[in-house]
Design a protein around this ligand. Structure first.
Ligand SMILES: Nc1ncnc2c1ncn2[C@@H]1O[C@H](COP(=O)(O)OP(=O)(O)OP(=O)(O)O)[C@@H](O)[C@H]1O
Ligand SMILES: [Mg+2]
Length: 253
């Protein structure tokens, strides 16, 4: 089985220990140690350039890290391969939405669902099963009516919804979303909030990056704060958002 579908008590979460990543000698992440709680929703916050996306890119093997260890469940990694991310029980979206623009919304979903690298265990499954899943998710993210449209013709918000749908096609424990709310109109914001709540209510772990402190306060149970590539602090939402260091980090943003 590749994709992980496990209960909370079987999944021990994600932890980084002393993780460092530099670009051309400049540390985007500097000796970062934290744990993402497996229960509920965790937001990762911090000013522009504080290393949030880099962190997610390291956890999902999009970028290699220079030093440190990432622990996922009971396994420790000094190298993470992107194609193994579903094996680690993780799916994600990108800050810059990544779709196949020349393909329809429907085909963008089917590509994920029929990806043999992601789902070797599903090769034998019937095409109708993939189609049912694609339909279910497109309806859930509100993109069913748009299924025949080319992805490249979608609005910004619709592209975000489709990308979240593609991440949701993987039946895993942890969903990491890099700025799912950025640039959305209020109606779309509400839809994405509901989607995240739906994922969480199925017992999954939701991790999202956001600059919108109202949404962070409203949705998250836990917060991890980065500042200039360093771990600043982490904890329960109300506790953290009222700390002077956090307020200062944001005023400095
Ligand atoms: N591929 C890359 N090559 C070179 N530098 C990079 C690369 N990715 C990130 N950086 C640098 O690393 C630092 C952290 O960037 P990152 O994108 O992780 O920040 P962020 O917290 O996600 O910011 P934002 O809120 O603007 O999305 C920045 O200084 C950025 O310029
Ligand atoms: Mg970012």
């Amino acid at each position: 089985m590749t994709s992980r579908n496990v209960a909370h008590d079987e999944y021990y979460g994600i932890q980084t220990i002393g993780v460092t990543k530099a670009f051309d000698g400049v540390k985007a992440l500097d000796d970062v140690t934290f744990t993402i709680p497996i229960f509920g929703m965790t937001s990762i916050v911090g000013p522009n350039g504080s290393g949030k996306s880099t962190l997610v890119n390291l956890l999902t093997g999009v970028l290699p890290f220079d030093e440190g260890i990432v622990k996922i469940e009971t396994n420790s990694f000094s190298v993470i391969h992107a194609h193994e991310t579903p094996d680690h029980g993780i799916t994600r979206t990108f800050q810059e939405v990544r779709l196949f623009d020349q393909m329809t919304v429907w085909d963008n979903m089917m590509v994920v669902l029929t990806n043999r690298k992601l789902f070797p265990s599903m090769i034998e499954r019937s095409k109708s099963e993939h189609r049912d899943k694609a339909e279910e998710i497109l309806k859930q993210v509100g993109m069913w009516e748009k299924r025949e449209s080319m992805a490249g013709e979608l609005s910004y918000g619709q592209r975000k919804l489709l990308e979240i749908g593609r991440a949701m096609a993987l039946d895993v424990q942890v969903y990491i979303l890099d700025e799912p709310f950025a640039g959305l109109f209020p109606q779309m914001l509400e839809r994405v909030k509901d989607l995240l709540r739906d994922i969480r209510s199925n017992g999954r772990t939701v991790v999202f990056i956001s600059h919108n402190m109202d949404i962070v306060r409203e949705l998250s149970d836990h917060i991890i704060v980065l500042e200039s590539g360093k771990f600043l602090l982490a904890g329960e939402v109300e506790d953290i958002l009222n700390r002077p260091e956090v307020i200062r980090a944001y005023l400095g943003a």
